[in-house]
Design a protein around this ligand. Structure first.
Ligand code: UDX
Ligand code: ADP
Length: 482
């Protein structure tokens, strides 16, 4: 079968998905012009910054890929209509957050940005355009996109070319922090659609670097549902291991030993069994809630409840950790300094969407704690935005409690290193598994803290013996033996 020749791609949305995905396509297909567009001027300016450390998305290896392709066949701009008009293929990679109000609030995806994109494509596209859903979308969104596009199709008139569309679903499975590796050697690429020629055109693009047996073709609905299901299964494993971690802490078992024991059963497998402060990120919670909404919509309340509990357990795990910190610190953290090490939802990303640190910090601020927060990649302005609280200036470690501390008001400030973050603190909470937290010299850090002091290791990254020999007390997620 002959595919449509694809010479020009437009990607709408220069976020965590659109930016890295298009950079890799441009890198691997130098003959295709790839134009990434976004309404957000600041974001586009950052993608065009000559200083590659200023790219708006932090991903290991992304700078090198962008450096090779940018200016050659990869551009970033705010010229959305012109890029759509020039494109043979348009990827929709815009945000689809959970709705905050109206029908389905708290569960359904807010599709206003996808719909706006579809309308813009309908208005500006020329000739035949293949429209690819890249954003994670609720099942049957392609129908919405397709009906908008179909209404804009027209036969050739007055010497102008006919206008027509094909819609494909091509969900992205990259995980943040390993996006470039996941894009360069994916476990699979999924393409759902009805028009075999359009499917072939997209498959040929991936075929430049992905082996053909890894390119799976399905119908549109299976493709959309597979993405939600993959994320729901992964999240379910995390809630399962976190539920067992709580039990381990009461029984003297160690969740890592349990994970190793069950993970060596090839039917279970060893990945995604790390207990921690619960899953964060832009996908897991949103996608499960989406699934829950769909199940209720289709009259399957028991199936909806089943999946909803995966999210409920995750929320419980985060509150459990904050409760535990309060309990160990003699039942109160009011006015106490606590060091939060890590704010991103996982290591190797600057993304804080749904980060467990947000809920845990909120709980502790509510209790009147004074939080020093350090993350090697997260901008303090982002922390202020997530906590909905402006930063205070760091108090003098030697001085007594600040007035805010005495009044029981929770405050936070941004640390610039682990040492200045833990200074004067009663406890250090490790919430992100950054590499540098694995190598901390607790013997040197302990004297900076107010004794008796604790290390709460929600990611199990410290060496328990090293912490204990520094005289600090230790809680480690899922460890009933410490
Ligand atoms: C996820 C999916 O992995 C990816 O396929 C999809 O495209 C988008 O959603 P992402 O959210 O970027 O990717 O990161 P992931 O590595 O899956 O981690 C999600 C959360 O689960 C993080 O907060 C992480 O810390 C947590 N996690 C992961 C655990 O707590 N334990 C584990 O064993 C694995
Ligand atoms: P994701 O993690 O799915 O990539 P992000 O929020 O990081 O999500 O990125 C989505 C991007 O899409 C944002 O930069 C936003 O400005 C952009 N966007 C949303 N709607 C439109 C639109 N109609 N046209 C162009 N860009 C859009």
């Amino acid at each position: 079968m002959t595919a449509f020749p694809i010479r020009n791609i437009c990607c709408i949305g220069a976020g965590y998905v659109g930016g890295p995905t298009m950079a890799v396509i441009a890198d691997r297909c130098p003959q295709i012009q790839v134009n990434v567009v976004d309404l957000n001027e600041a974001r586009i300016a950052a993608w065009n910054d000559l200083d590659l450390s200023k790219l708006p998305v932090y991903e290991p290896g992304l700078d090198a890929v962008v450096d090779r392709a940018r200016g050659r066949n990869l551009t970033f701009s705010t010229q959305v209509d012109a890029a759509i008009a020039a494109a043979d293929m348009v990827f929709i990679s815009v945000n689809t957050p959970t709705k905050t109000k109206g029908l389905g609030a708290g569960q359904a995806s807010d599709l206003r940005w996808v719909e706006a994109c579809a309308r813009q494509v309908a208005q500006s596209a020329q000739g035949h355009t293949i429209v690819v859903e890249k954003s994670t979308l609720p099942v049957r969104t392609a129908e919405v996109v397709r009906s908008i596009l179909e209404a804009a199709q027209r036969q050739a008139v007055d010497g102008e070319l006919p206008i027509s569309f094909s819609v494909l679903s091509n969900p992205e499975f990259l995980a943040e922090g390993t996006a470039i590796r996941d894009l360069e050697s994916p476990d699979r690429v999924l393409i759902g659609g009805e028009n075999p020629v359009a499917i072939q055109s997209l498959a040929e693009i991936y075929g430049h670097w992905v082996p053909v047996e890894k390119i799976l073709l399905t119908n549109l609905w299976s493709s959309e549902l597979s993405k939600l299901t993959a994320n729901a299964f992964l999240a379910q494993r995390i809630s399962s291991i976190n539920s067992v971690a709580a039990l381990c802490e009461h029984t003297g078992a160690d969740v890592r030993e349990v994970a190793r024991a069950i993970g060596s059963d090839s039917r279970i497998g060893s990945k995604f069994l790390e207990a921690g402060p619960g899953f964060g990120g832009s996908c897991f919670q949103k996608d499960i809630l989406n699934l829950v909404y769909l199940c209720r919509h289709f009259g399957l309340p028991d199936v909806a409840d089943y999946w909803e509990n995966v999210v409920a357990l995750n929320t419980w795990q985060q509150h459990r950790i904050s409760r535990l910190v309060v309990q160990k610190l003699f039942g109160t953290v009011t006015g106490k300094r606590l060091a939060l090490l890590g704010f991103a939802f996982k290591a190797d990303t600057n993304d804080t969407r749904e980060a467990p640190a947000i809920r845990i910090a909120h709980d502790l601020l509510e209790e009147g704690a004074q939080l020093a927060i350090y993350d090697p990649k997260v901008d303090p302005q982002q922390i202020a935005f997530d906590l909905q609280l402006a930063a205070s200036s760091p108090p003098d470690v030697q001085a007594g409690p600040t007035r805010a501390a005495l009044s029981g008001e929770g405050t936070w400030w941004s640390g610039t290193s682990v040492a200045d973050t833990v200074a004067g603190a009663d406890a250090a909470l490790i919430l992100t598994e950054w590499h540098e937290f694995r190598q901390l010299d607790w013997v040197a850090l302990a004297p900076l803290m107010r004794q008796p002091a604790w290390v709460f290791d929600a990611r199990a990254v410290v060496d328990p013996e090293a912490v204990k020999s520094s005289g600090l007390m230790l809680w480690r997620v899922g460890d009933g033996a410490v």
